[in-house]
Design a protein. Sequence first.
Length: 76
Amino acid sequence: MEEQEQEKKPNANTSDEVALELMKFIATSTAYGKAAQQVGFSGKNAKTPEEQVDVLLDLFRKCRIAVREELPGEKA
């Protein structure tokens, strides 16, 4: 039964899945999109959760573009 389910899936590594994995790698290894922890008084407010989501969605869009770019010498 499990083999039949795996056969029905076209390709587990679609470009969107690769872009998502790339985004997760960048976000976790660089703390991209997270608010900086501040001590004391600061003139700049921390990012709201909505701003953090917008930053991560923008990163995902950039990753999708990067994954779909054609490499030199590669034919589509």
